[in-house]
Write a protein that binds this ligand. Structure first.
Ligand code: B12
Ligand code: SF4
Length: 554
């Protein structure tokens, strides 16, 4: 069968969709054909609805299958509704419309209730979609395929769909990664994507995560599989790895087929969590003489020194970690992210000892978070002097525990949220006008706030410069701020240039509008020098002296 995938990836980061690459590979090795309509502004021209209809009419797929995370769902729905409207007038013959991915997995009933889809996939669907394709091709009943929510008897109601009309089929086992074929990266315009990501190429060597952070999909995935398979979490095989030799084979295929790859990024939830797998991967990578720097994700609770050492030796460039919030209360009670301030500081220190540049994710505007707690997030970065950080406005994904917390705390205006299409530039939660304005300023000028606080934890002459500008923006009313906001990047460049001239360590906005990068790192990169970190951080004794007021910085 011909399967046409649609990936409505607008107003968000660009990249592959690993889910589609995996599913497409399974379909292809089983004799099916696949194509992709990928909607992203960075891959112009963006196909229009008419282009999609023309392709369906011309290529005549046996299925049109959408993949969406939450932010992409409204566009997927809009496209599907247009296809149904054209079908209703007789202008277009449509095969079954299927949707899967994170959003349908989290809220399958809501998605089915939209009434446009024939089948809604939950969880990991490599084998399930293959079975659905085979059933449809063989003319067999497709309403009881594992993982899918499907209309009973295959009949989609013309109006007001009700839950009694669909069947929720339990999910099947998680696929073993060693049994899956190499991902079909050729489904995408891989070279264009790589070029527009500055030579970064994303890989995955594992799936799953043992933690249960309230804002992430993992706890919901575990609950879903535990309920459907009727087994405890330890027997679900949720946290899986692709053997290192298969990963190296995959990397060689990628390098053979594509030019311009300068950095590999392992997008595994937590590359370093399983020590054995991480060590095997590093060893194989080093022995394969791939010689391309790579980037991984780690949890600050778990970075075994052997893994840090092996990563450094194999050529890891950046180690990314979720710090998320500086407040212990918010981390443990709201985010369910159980780690202490010392875990964070020690992991950053340990990485830098091994020469690994650290990158932290933080979020602001969390449910029930106070202004003081937001400032604790600024402080943990100012104190740890992490290599770089990415600040995001928190977004509560429907179906997660943090969604319910946000609703219970009265921060969610459902009408407003339904209209929001861009989650990068504004918070989706409502904390009242005064705090909303503060959050907007903090998020956009995060590195200025961090720079301004650095001298509370050790020598940092740049702090005085940034304190002035932070005071300036804090005094702005909404209209003045909105007029100033488009000039933030230019002002940041001026401030950074002055610091560089004066030889002052600081963070500057680099690579994207919400990333603060430490100057010793980006200067070394710009000058093509080896980067060395030891001098960037105050010693613990120095932090203690400054904290006790023995030394006054300014
Ligand atoms: C890798 C990754 C990225 C990468 C690549 C993203 C990509 N599109 O592939 C990068 C770094 C670019 C990225 C960016 C972002 N990400 Co991200 N990312 C992930 C991560 C860690 C892994 C995703 C993955 O590849 N999994 C492995 C594949 C095999 O699984 P899968 O994609 O789920 O696909 C399976 C099923 O969903 C299903 N399926 C998928 N498509 C289809 C289609 C059909 C028809 C069917 C039947 C089934 C089906 O079958 C697939 C195979 O098993 C997840 C967390 C996670 N553990 O899933 C977050 C996650 C997807 N990201 C998330 C977010 C929020 C983002 C950003 C918005 C962050 C930001 N503020 O910028 C951006 C958006 C970028 C984008 N356009 O997707 C959220 C999404 C939450 C939600 N409810 O929507 C997640 C779930 C993390 C979280 N917070 O819980 N991300
Ligand atoms: S550690 Fe990361 S991947 Fe794991 S549950 Fe928490 S947020 Fe999700």
């Amino acid at each position: 069968m011909r399967v046409l995938f649609v990936y409505p990836n607008l107003n968000t980061q660009m990249g592959f969709n690993h889910g589609l690459a995996a599913i497409s590979a399974v379909l292809k090795v089983n004799g099916h054909e696949t194509r992709l309509v990928n909607l992203n502004e960075k891959l112009p021209p963006v196909p229009s609805t008419q282009d999609l209809m023309d392709l369906i009419a011309e290529w005549q797929p046996g299925m049109v299958a959408f993949s969406t995370i939450t932010q992409q769902y409204p566009k997927a729905l809009e496209l599907a509704q247009s296809l149904r409207a054209a079908q209703a007038t007789g202008a277009l013959e449509l095969p079954p419309l299927v949707v899967g991915g994170i959003h349908p997995t989290l809220v399958p009933g809501e998605v089915m209730g939209d009434g446009v889809w024939d089948h809604v996939g939950r969880g990991e669907c490599e084998m399930a979609l293959l079975e659905l394709v085979q059933r449809i091709e063989a003319g067999e009943s497709p309403d009881d395929v594992q993982n899918f929510v499907s209309w009973i008897g295959g009949v989609r109601p013309s109006a007001s769909p009700q839950a009694e009309q669909w069947r929720v089929n339990p999910v099947g086992e998680f696929p073993e990664l060693k049994d899956l074929p190499e991902p079909d990266y050729e489904l995408f315009e891989t070279d264009r994507i790589t070029a527009s990501k500055g030579g970064w190429f994303s890989l995955m060597s594992s799936r799953g995560c043992p933690y249960r952070c309230s804002y992430c999909l993992n706890h919901k995935i575990i609950d879903l599989y535990r309920e459907d398979l009727g087994r405890g979490v330890g027997k679900l095989n949720a946290f899986r790895f692709r053997p290192a030799h298969l990963m190296m084979k995959e990397i060689r295929t990628v390098l053979k087929n594509h030019k311009g790859i300068e950095t590999f990024i392992f997008d595994d939830d937590l590359f370093t969590q399983n020590v054995e797998h991480a060590l095997e991967m590093c060893k194989a990578y080093e022995e394969s003489e791939i010689n391309i720097p790579f980037v991984v994700n780690a949890h600050v609770k778990r970075l075994d020194p052997r893994v840090a050492q092996a990563l450094a030796s194999a050529g890891a460039k950046i180690l990314k970690m979720g710090i998320e919030c500086g407040s212990q209360r918010v981390r443990s009670k709201v985010l369910k992210r159980h780690m202490t301030k010392s875990d964070i500081i020690e992991t950053v220190e340990s990485c830098e000892e091994y020469g690994l540049h650290t990158s932290a994710f933080v979020m602001i505007g969390l449910p029930t978070e106070t202004r003081d707690e937001r400032m604790e997030t600024v402080d943990i970065l100012a104190e740890s002097r992490v290599g770089r950080f990415r600040c995001s406005y928190f977004f509560p994904f429907p179906g997660t525990d943090s969604w319910q917390m946000s609703v219970d705390a009265g921060h969610v205006d459902l009408e407003q949220l339904a209209k929001q299409t861009d989650f990068t530039w504004a918070s989706a939660l409502d904390f009242g006008e005064e705090e909303n304005l503060f959050i907007a300023k903090l998020g956009r000028c995060f590195s200025w706030f961090v720079n301004a606080r650095m001298d509370h934890f050790g020598a940092a002459p740049a702090s005085a410069r940034y304190r002035t500008v932070v005071e300036e923006i804090l005094a702005m009313d909404r209209a003045t701020w909105e007029a100033f906001e488009p000039h933030v990047s230019a002002r940041d460049a001026e401030l950074s240039a002055a610091c560089i001239e004066a030889g002052e360590l600081h963070y500057a906005i680099k690579y994207n509008d919400f990333m603060g990068v430490r100057s010793d790192f980006f200067l070394a990169e710009e000058e093509g020098r080896e980067w060395f970190t030891a001098s960037a951080r105050p010693t613990r004794e120095e932090v203690e002296r400054v904290q006790q007021g023995v030394e006054v910085r300014g």
